[in-house]
Design a binder for this molecule. Structure first.
Ligand code: PLP
Length: 474
């Protein structure tokens, strides 16, 4: 048969109803919302129609109605499958960045994830005191845990550390002045800048010192009748090195004592265990900072603590009680899943050695390099067996980062699996892997895809290898 005209091709297109009666579409309808399927059929038909009109439709199609129907059905099935995939989905983190903010920061320990699914799927005593049968507080299980782990008198938990800083400033200093060193006016991830959070809280920022040096006298000179608070911000995501002088939390506490002013320390990342014995740079633990005597300390739940997104405020009872009464607290309160995950995470810390094994963030940060090398050899073997001749695979030494704006100078020696695809670029492999289910994120270097095993679980090896195989086979 010769080439049918455009008009006759258009006549061969099935109707929406015909497509909807096709067995593959019936099967699709059993699994997917009808509206989504019907919309996809319409779009597939429209696309085919415009292809025919523009002359793009394959000329070698014969004038068989069934052929057009099959094309539209396939297009519909593909489109629906793509559209019902969750947009927020699992990623295999092969970047080696342990606290990757774009990838959801910390992974929960097994106990913490179980606690989350338990309260998510069942009723719980979130705000009920089971002993008295009266109304309780969602913070009640957390407060004594935080107090005993950090040494603080009292505690409160909000949605994230940015909210913790906002709430603390708004409670302690709204309408008045807060003194901060110029070297500590940090920006974290673009959306949190100390001066902007300060403005939002209603407190007025008084900057003192220079970027690299701020002395205790600089704070003292800035104190006036308007001063409400002395603020110390841990420069967690950058370092000023060389000719520097920082006024420590202890020195601020001393000044605070002299002038009867409260002191707050925004720690950013909250470390409860000292990991310097594992090759990580020394960082102050929350306990050490609390011991120095500030009135309030704030830190994140999902950075080095390794728990859910949360902002923890630990401090003197008087200020914590005031914060609890601030209406902002209701606006930034944690939900039951966060409460469950945080309680379970904090409980892990009651046994420090166990915490390092059970909390994924701590475990990944402290993996010894010989273990990483062994892991890389195992992953390499799994990849080799799946990819055959399509890629060259090697194990190499590399460097992983802590991430999450923590320990910017730490270079953690690691082992990586380097994949050099033979028939495509490493960039194309990387782009293909991002579209997979689960998506895989690695790093491209010198036309090789580097997979850092520090952040890849053993249980993910097969999934990862299948994902690589699928992209290489395309
Ligand atoms: C990360 C960080 C914050 C913000 O914490 P989130 O939990 O991300 O809201 C605030 N201050 C410092 C110093 C930080 O490092």
């Amino acid at each position: 048969m010769g080439n049918p005209s455009r008009e006759s091709k258009l006549r061969l297109l099935p109707s929406v109803d015909e497509v909807l009666r096709h067995e593959d579409i019936l099967e699709l309808l059993a699994r997917s919302p009808r509206g989504v399927v019907v919309e996809a059929v319409r779009e597939a038909l429209n696309d085919k129609r415009s292809e025919i009109l523009s002359g793009e439709a394959p000329e070698n199609l014969t004038a068989e109605e069934s052929e057009y129907l099959a094309l539209v059905v396939k297009k519909t099935v593909d489109a629906v499958q793509l559209s019902v995939r969750p947009k927020l989905r699992r990623v295999i983190n092969a970047t080696g960045v342990v606290l990757h903010t774009n990838l959801g920061r910390s992974l929960l320990s097994e106990r913490a994830s179980r606690a989350v699914s338990e309260v998510a799927a069942n009723y719980s005593n979130l705000e009920l005191d089971l002993d008295t049968g009266r109304r309780g507080s969602r913070y009640a299980p957390l407060e004594p845990l935080i107090a005993s782990l950090t040494g603080a008198e009292a505690a409160l938990v909000v949605n994230n550390n940015a909210a913790a800083v906002l709430l603390a400033l708004s409670t302690m200093a709204a309408g008045r002045e807060v003194i901060v060193s110029r070297g500590q006016l940090v920006e974290i991830g673009g959306s949190f800048r100390v001066p902007e959070v300060m403005a939002q809280s209603g407190a007025r920022l008084v900057e003192v010192g220079a970027t690299n040096k701020t002395y205790p006298e600089d704070y003292v000179k800035a104190i006036s009748g308007e001063t409400a608070l002395l603020l110390h911000v841990h420069t967690s995501n950058y370092r000023i090195i060389g000719f520097t002088r920082e006024t420590t939390v202890s020195e601020l506490v001393e000044i605070g004592r002299q002038f009867s002013l409260p002191v707050m320390s925004d720690l950013g990342s909250g470390f409860l265990v000292d990991l310097s014995g594992y090759g990580l740079p020394p960082e102050p633990t929350v306990q050490e900072v609390v011991k120095a005597g500030p009135d309030v300390v704030t830190f994140s739940g999902d950075k080095l603590l390794g728990g859910p997104q949360a902002g923890i405020i630990a401090g003197k009872k008087h200020f914590i009680e005031k914060m609890k009464k601030n209406p902002l607290t209701r606006a930034v309160r944690i939900d039951k899943m966060t409460a469950a995950a945080l309680e379970a995470t904090l409980r892990e810390y009651l046994d420090e050695a166990a915490a390092i094994k059970e909390i994924p963030t701590l475990k990944m940060l402290t993996l010894p390099v010989d273990e990483l090398e062994q892991k890389a050899n195992e992953l390499s073997a799994v990849l080799q067996s799946r990819t055959g001749e399509k890629a060259e695979i090697k194990v190499e030494r590399g460097i992983s980062a802590v991430g999450g704006g923590a320990m910017p100078l730490a270079d953690l020696p690691t082992a990586v699996v380097a994949v050099s695809p033979l028939a495509m670029s490493a960039g194309d492999l990387q782009a293909g892997l991002r579209q997979g289910l689960p998506a895989v994120l690695g790093r491209v270097q010198e036309d090789r895809l580097l997979l850092d095993v520090r952040t890849i679980g053993h249980h993910e090896f097969i999934l990862l290898a299948e994902a690589v195989q699928e992209v290489l086979n395309k």
